[in-house]
Design a binder for this molecule. Sequence first.
Ligand code: THU
Length: 129
Amino acid sequence: MDPLVEAAIRALDNACAPYSGFRVGAALEDAQGRIWTGCNIENATLGLTLCAERVALCKALSEGARRFRRLAVVAASPVLTPPCGACRQLLWEYAGDLEIVLADGVRATESLRLRDLLPRAFDASHLRR
Ligand code: THU
């Protein structure tokens, strides 16, 4: 199995999802081949929930990683789970046109490009006009 998917599966084990019961793991590979993982972290306000993808991205950014290649997302669900809209925006701004690997941890995988998940994205280039 793809080591990036394996890392996302391991991260899923740490999910803090007592409210939804929907556990997600993500693994982000940077340009040096380092892997940054994240899981979803919920809390009683519900609205302050952190998605697995954003946890992985923020861990990487806060340690100085700036260039990224791929992101794997695995959810404890029979249906492949793509990043939510908020994660797509942050990933676009900080990681660019990533390859996104969706996996169910068993058999199915699908590979997508972030530009296809977030067409005509708003980003810093619009603020400079
Ligand atoms: N969630 C993620 O962590 N990533 C996704 O791609 C979709 C949704 C989390 C947020 C929340 O904890 C739970 O899944 C249900 O929405």
